[in-house]
Design a protein around this ligand. Structure first.
Ligand code: FAD
Length: 742
């Protein structure tokens, strides 16, 4: 046995996606980090040990332009490239490699932290160290740090340090939450074990173990969907333990879950009700995936009303968008459905004050244990959101080390630093833009070889029968006079189009009607129908154009997708819930658009967008788009300064289409390995002595953000990026350019 002490600036306990992203964020900012994980693999519930798919703010396409950027965004894009089919083992590797790439991280796998040394009175605790036992190695390791992050999910580190926490549901009166119970209780969401099945290609016998439950004596066959061929996350509803203590009763919960899994399989294989002769069990989890346990109390407790109102917190450092997704206390044995969902009108922000302890001054947290009410936790708990929270908390911890302040002081005195650091790392801070004084690009004039101005999409082969309303999100900059659709009609009829605003930049639903136009049309194919819908808003924003249902008419669809616009269908006839983001749905028309012509030309894709400081769609696309690239003509974007500058580092952010869901660890598949909108080959040039000199280049690029550190600094007053090829888009698309001296 070995006794050791490991000193680092920051200790992160828990290697789920929250802990992984927290550790990477802090390490990239120059801090030394111990990442301590009690399992042999990273990823927590997303790992191959549990196999929950990583969902996030997109909510399976419910929210538009809602995919996470930053470290979670990198993981998504890398996993899509390396593991398009969503193999759980390959996902483990993607996560492990990201951590291993950081030389400032010391990773301690198989190391269970179960002792904490802390001092101070109840209201002012400080953690001195956390101690873990590395299983299989007989190493007892004391981790000493200035700051600690509890990313354990269950919150053991903070608990042992004396951090205030809650378990269970708040009373409705506390935050006036519609979905909270009248009286507070200790009910949590339960735990689940997943299993995989496969077709063996030949008959396979199954003899159930003695402990398998006879599920015909339960309500499961009646109340839950059981199908041969289902696998993995299809069985998310095998949930138990909401009325127990999900940690201290973990072993009993596992036994119950196993008995049900082996019983379900017995039912599928041997009841004669399923075509399952060739089916076999491929894998059964051994570790209950835990949904909920402690939630720490920070300086702010996020609640249902914040989520639904999409409260814009000044310290909003991460965002979510999953529905408030709560389950009945009885889990799988409940006679109700397995879950209920409430959707806000789009994404919402998560305040930094919910990411540090109210009473332990050097403790931050990230993941499912943040300072949120039970109801708000119902949405923040999904893993890509936990990861974005992790990046914010890790960044906060790093800044605390650098400035020698507590997280609370960081919030009170250095919020702008925190936001700007996150933005520079490509994390999304909704509603805030780049104001980095060191970024020389902000002082430059931007020009380009060309700019996409004419919002015109020519028709392809497909048509869309207008048996329901459709809508189009269109950037209005400076505004709109008219929009034309290309339609086919079997008879003389009338078509109506409406222009609405969306109310807020992060919303993509109709809010207030601005204009309506009805046009009589003749029978005939291929008619461009022009709707005079005029609006010049006082600031650029998206317009929500609705083309009302008329089953006599088909709309001709555009030949290809186009950055900057989204088509939606009105599913109010099929959708049970009135939530606007569900009613106006994009899933069935994903990356499809109608053929259109918008008047007048737009400046929404002008070169200046590359330095406007906003790096994700927000009331408009916020990126430069060239005209479609033509053979023999190079597209470039250029920064010009009135005086010579010294450049040593250039940051380029390309468009990886954050509207696309990259959640492939279960049934969802995105067809392309690399996002087509990303620039592939490019060179960066500086003007020196009257000539363009190549100073760096990118080859076969497939990522969103690239930082080019130049071998030696260059003195110039003009820098340009020349796009040589893309991964599929006809346009050169650049979201942001930053230039630094160092
Ligand atoms: C069955 C199920 C279905 C779900 N469905 C979805 C879904 O479809 N999509 C989605 O995104 N989310 C889903 N969730 C929610 C999501 O998985 C969790 O909220 C999320 O994993 C929380 O992330 P985390 O990093 O905080 O914690 P975790 O993923 O739990 O990771 C925490 C890690 O810390 C480690 N740890 C714990 N204690 C210690 C200690 N003392 N010392 C060292 N390490 C420790 C744990 O082993 C674990 O690996 C589901 C959850 C479950 C259980």
């Amino acid at each position: 046995m070995r006794e050791e002490t490991v000193k680092s600036d920051i200790t992160v306990v828990g290697g789920g996606l929250a802990g992984v992203c927290a550790a990477i964020a802090a390490a990239r900012l120059g801090q030394t980090v111990s990442l301590v994980q009690n399992r042999p693999v990273l990823g927590g519930n997303s790992s191959s040990e549990v196999r929950v798919w990583v969902c996030g703010a997109t909510g399976h396409g419910v929210n538009r332009y809602a995919r996470e950027t930053g470290i979670m965004g990198e993981l998504f894009v890398e996993n899509q490239y390396r593991n398009k089919e969503g193999n759980p083992y390959l996902w483990d590797l993607v996560v492990l490699e990201k951590v291993r790439a950081e030389s400032n991280i010391r990773l301690f796998l198989n190391t269970d932290v179960h002792e904490v040394e802390a001092y101070g009175d109840k209201e002012n605790r400080v953690i001195r160290s956390a101690t873990g036992w590395m299983m299989g190695s007989e190493r007892r390791i004391v981790f000493e740090s200035e700051y600690f992050l509890d990313c354990t999910g269950d919150g053991l580190l903070g608990f042992l340090a004396g951090a205030e926490f809650r378990i269970g549901r708040e009373a409705r009166s506390e935050f006036n939450e519609e979905w909270a119970p009248e009286i507070a209780d200790d009910i949590t969401l339960g735990s689940t074990i997943l299993f995989y099945t496969k077709d063996a290609g030949k008959p396979v016998k199954y003899i159930a173990p003695s402990f398998a439950k006879d599920i015909t004596k339960t309500t499961l066959p009646m109340k839950r969907v059981i199908r041969s061929g289902d696998s993995g996350c299809d069985y998310w509803w095998i949930e138990f333990g909401g009325e127990l203590d999900t940690v201290t009763e973990n072993e009993a919960i596992r036994d119950e879950l196993w008995s049900v899994i082996y019983g379900i399989w017995d039912y599928i294989k041997n009841s004669g009700k399923f075509d399952a002769d060739h089916m076999t069990l491929e894998w059964v989890g051994a570790l209950p995936g835990k949904r909920e346990y402690r939630r720490f109390v920070g300086d702010y407790i996020l609640n249902q009303n914040d989520i639904i109102a999409q409260t814009r917190f000044e310290d909003g450092v991460a965002f979510g968008g999953w529905s408030i997704d709560l389950h009945p206390p009885q889990g799988m044995y409940s006679l109700e459905g397995g879950s209920k969902h409430m959707h806000p009108d789009g994404i919402y922000t998560i305040p930094f004050r919910s990411l540090y302890s109210r009473n332990v001054s050097n403790l931050l947290f990230a993941g499912r244990n943040i300072s949120a009410s039970h109801v708000a936790f119902g949405t923040t708990r999904v893993m890509a959101t936990c990861a974005a929270i992790g990046e914010a908390a890790g960044t906060g911890a790093a800044l605390c080390v650098q400035k020698g302040v507590t997280p609370r002081t960081l919030y009170r005195e250095h919020l702008q630093d925190l936001r700007q650091t996150l933005l520079k790392s490509d994390a999304s801070v909704i509603g805030y833009s780049n104001e980095d004084h060191e970024d020389l690009a902000r002082k430059a004039r931007v020009t380009a070889s060309s700019e996409w101005k004419q919002l015109a999409l020519e028709a392809g082969k497909d048509t869309y029968l207008l048996d329901k309303d459709i809508a189009l999100i269109v950037p209005l900059e400076p505004g709109m006079d008219a929009i034309s659709f290309l339609v086919n009609s079997g008879e003389k009829t009338e078509l109506t189009a409406e222009l609405w605003n969306t109310g807020r930049e992060e919303r993509y639903i109709p809010s207030r009607q601005i204009a309506v136009a009805s046009v009589k049309i003749e029978a005939g194919e291929g008619q461009w129908i022009r709707f005079p819908l005029t609006w010049y808003p006082d600031r650029p924003q998206n317009g929500f154009v609705i083309l009302r249902e008329n089953p006599l008419v088909s709309v001709q669809m555009a030949a290809r997708p186009q950055t900057g616009m989204i088509m939606l269908e009105n599913r109010s006839k099929e959708e049970k819930k009135p939530d606007a983001v569900k009613v106006w749905a994009q899933q069935r028309v994903f990356r499809k658009l109608p053929a259109i012509r918008v008047e007048p030309e737009t400046t929404a894709f002008s070169p200046e967008k590359a330095i406007d400081g906003v790096t994700r769609p927000y009331g408009g696309p916020h990126m430069w788009l060239s005209e479609p690239i033509m053979e023999g003509r190079e597209e470039w974007l250029q920064l010009t300064w009135p005086v010579q500058i010294v450049a040593g580092e250039i940051h380029v952010t390309f468009n990886d289409d954050v509207n696309v869901d990259l959640i492939n660890l279960h049934h969802h598949e995105t067809p392309f390995q690399v996002m087509p909108e990303l620039v592939k080959d490019y060179r960066i040039e500086a003007l020196a002595g009257g000539e363009w000199i190549e100073i760096t280049r990118g080859q076969s690029n497939r990522v969103r953000k690239v930082v080019h550190t130049l071998d030696q600094t260059i003195v110039t007053n003009q820098i340009r990026i020349v796009v040589e090829s893309t991964n599929g888009s006809p346009h050169a698309e650049i979201i942001e350019l930053r230039v630094y001296e160092y």
